[in-house]
Ligand binder design. Structure first.
Ligand code: PGA
Length: 252
């Protein structure tokens, strides 16, 4: 892979958004043509809005994704959503293994691996999230933790076009704090190397996004780091102007 794959700027809306939020999506769509030469744009709203957002974004430069999926295609799993359902609703991506899912729902690497396979089965691109906690960072375990998560959460035989990895240090999510440029560079290079052993075509890598407190004031620096192929944006993706400003900073 070249070190500069086309960047992906992905918005993770988490548990935020009601039908009135279609106006925010409209604003993102309206501004998307101005940044379309720089980056692919993705919005992952809560499940209740996926179908409406996908219908609205159809034929535009903005893609829509889910935030989680169940490993099975259907069955007795109250409250869960299958990857096939997301696809049917118009999604083309799904986030799996976000640290909030890993923490709140005790998701293991093995479950994340199964969810990734489910995404591929349904024809979705999986965004697999990895990242160390603050305690793990302080104990000097970052590369061990991230390496193990990649090893166990990413299925063997991955293809570049159906996998994206997001490196999101847990301590950076929603805190306003980000790792240093050299730390991001080192960890992304490490992930790239680990991933190349997982890919169907050895030597390739998939896109690796940085996530955790990405905002208009720090995106220039973060998006230009080598092996950073875009961003997974939480809080700042809820405001169209901030999200578009981040996309506008993606290097050409
Ligand atoms: P944040 O969230 O941008 O609000 O830190 C990122 C994420 O959790 O994906």
């Amino acid at each position: 892979m070249t070190t500069r794959a086309r960047p992906l700027i992905a918005g993770n809306w988490k548990m935020n958004g009601l039908t009135g939020s279609l106006a925010e999506l409209d604003a993102i769509i309206a501004g998307s043509s101005a940044v379309a030469d720089r980056a692919d744009l993705l919005i992952c709203p809560p499940a209740t809005l996926v179908a409406a957002f996908a219908a609205r974004a159809k034929g535009t430069a903005v893609m829509i994704g889910g935030q989680d999926c169940h490993p099975e295609p259907c069955g007795a799993h109250t409250g869960d959503i299958a990857a096939e359902m997301l696809k049917d609703a118009g999604a083309s991506f799904v986030i799996v293994g976000h640290s909030e899912r890993r923490a709140d729902h005790h998701e293991t690497d093995e479950l994340v691996r199964q969810k990734t396979l489910a995404a591929w089965r349904a024809g979705l691109v999986a965004i697999v999230c990895v990242g160390e906690t603050g305690a793990e960072r302080d104990a000097g375990q970052t590369l061990d933790v991230v390496g193990r998560q990649i090893e166990r959460s990413v299925p063997d035989g991955a293809r570049t076009e159906s996998l994206v990895v997001a490196y999101e240090p847990v301590w950076a999510i929603g805190t306003g704090v980000t790792p240093t440029t050299s730390d991001v560079e080192q960890i992304h290079a490490f992930i790239c190397l680990k991933l190349s052993k997982k890919m169907k075509n050895s030597g390739e890598s998939s896109k690796i996004l940085y996530g955790g407190s990405v905002k208009p004031s720090n995106c220039n620096e973060l998006l230009c780091i080598s092996h950073v192929n875009g961003a997974l944006v939480g809080g700042a993706s809820l405001k169209s102007s901030d999200f578009l400003a981040i996309a506008a900073a993606a290097p050409k």
